[in-house]
Design a protein around this ligand. Structure first.
Ligand code: BTN
Length: 326
């Protein structure tokens, strides 16, 4: 679908007459009207103010690849290959995976979007992805030692995301094994890694990070668990999403550069300090099975240490979920 050029004009939340929009953009009134319909299709509320024009109530905080790049630290900028900002996509992870098939260098390829029509969560869940409200970020990297080199990577990504939020005074954020980013038990975000290539050799990984920034209660009602967003957490003082993206990339890119060599162990203590379920009674679901125990943090490979009557055993990620027992 073509990009809606009308959007940046209406993003200021002010009233713009149909004629003004047509003149500024050099298009007909009919073309303006078509674009307004397209905005409605994207889920954007456009108010028609009688005799005056159109406005998007509250305005929109739009993504801009140049703004993201400008705000990056030089060290991260050097690790970035490309930032793509899409208006609408099925899933930014799926998009980056599609880009990887041509054999080009995946390192530092970044894709973000205003909305996802089929955002992917863990365990086959949908990731609710309304337009211009949240962060949907995917980032590619590659590793030469196969899938085993990726142990603990998604946990380290969680720590890096928390570091970025702390840097912006957004918190208090905690982590729930394996991939959840929480605030006071409510889900703020999550990480989804997807792989392509040779599981025993050269492997490409797409790191998907979703972060709720400013989600309406109506949209959030589609989420089947307790959730929150940065606006609630910060009392409405959330920085623009371009700034958030730059802060996240400033943490994620250096992490990826070093992870091949260092693995998860340098991240372990920080992960444990952020562990929302440290020493809590938990239930672990793995397919049809359920195990009760006490969560005793994680080991150097990012495995959950689950204490049961028969001792402490490491549990690796994958299609598992963890809940407090109460
Ligand atoms: C989870 O279930 O907690 C993981 C959610 C991951 C969502 C992100 S949004 C950007 C990227 N693209 C997707 O389709 N999913 C991930």
């Amino acid at each position: 679908m073509p990009k809606t050029t009308l959007l940046p004009r209406l993003a200021d939340g002010q009233i713009h007459s149909g004629q003004e929009l047509a003149d500024v953009m050099g298009i007909s009134r009919t073309a303006v009207w078509k674009q307004l319909n397209r905005l409605a299709e994207l889920g954007i509320e456009v108010e028609s103010v009688k005799g005056q024009g159109y406005r998007v109530p509250g305005g929109l905080d739009l993504l801009d690849a140049n703004r993201v790049r400008e705000q990056l630290k030089p060290a991260s900028s050097n690790l970035l290959r490309e930032v793509r900002v899409l208006e609408s996509v099925d899933s930014t992870n799926a998009e980056v995976l599609r880009q990887l098939v041509d054999g080009s260098d995946p390192r530092g390829l970044v894709c973000t979007a205003e909305r996802q029509t089929a955002g992917r969560g863990r365990r086959g869940r949908q990731w609710v992805s309304p337009f211009a409200r949240n962060i949907y970020l995917s980032l590619a990297w590659d590793f030469s030692e196969g899938a085993s080199a990726l142990e603990g990577l998604s946990l380290a990504i969680g720590v890096a995301a928390v570091r970025a939020l702390k840097e912006l005074n957004l918190g208090p954020v905690s982590l729930k094994w394996p991939n959840d980013i929480l605030v006071e038990g409510a889900k703020l975000g999550g990480v989804l890694l997807e792989m392509s290539g040779d599981a025993a050799g050269q492997i490409q990984v797409v790191i998907g990070l979703g972060l709720n920034v400013s989600m309406s209660a109506a949209t959030g009602s589609a989420i089947d668990q307790s959730w929150t967003d940065l606006d609630r957490v910060s009392g409405g003082r959330t920085p623009p999403r371009n700034h958030l993206l730059a802060a996240l990339l400033d943490e994620l890119l250096p992490l990826l550069q070093n992870f091949d060599r260092e693995g998860f162990s340098p991240w372990r203590d920080e992960w444990r300090a952020l562990d929302a379920l440290a020493d809590a009674q938990v239930l672990l679901h793995s397919g049809p099975d359920q195990f009760a125990g006490i969560a005793r943090g994680v080991d150097d490979r990012g495995a959950l240490l689950l204490e049961t009557a028969s001792g402490i055993r490491p549990v690796f990620g994958g299609e598992v979920s963890l809940r407090p027992a109460s």
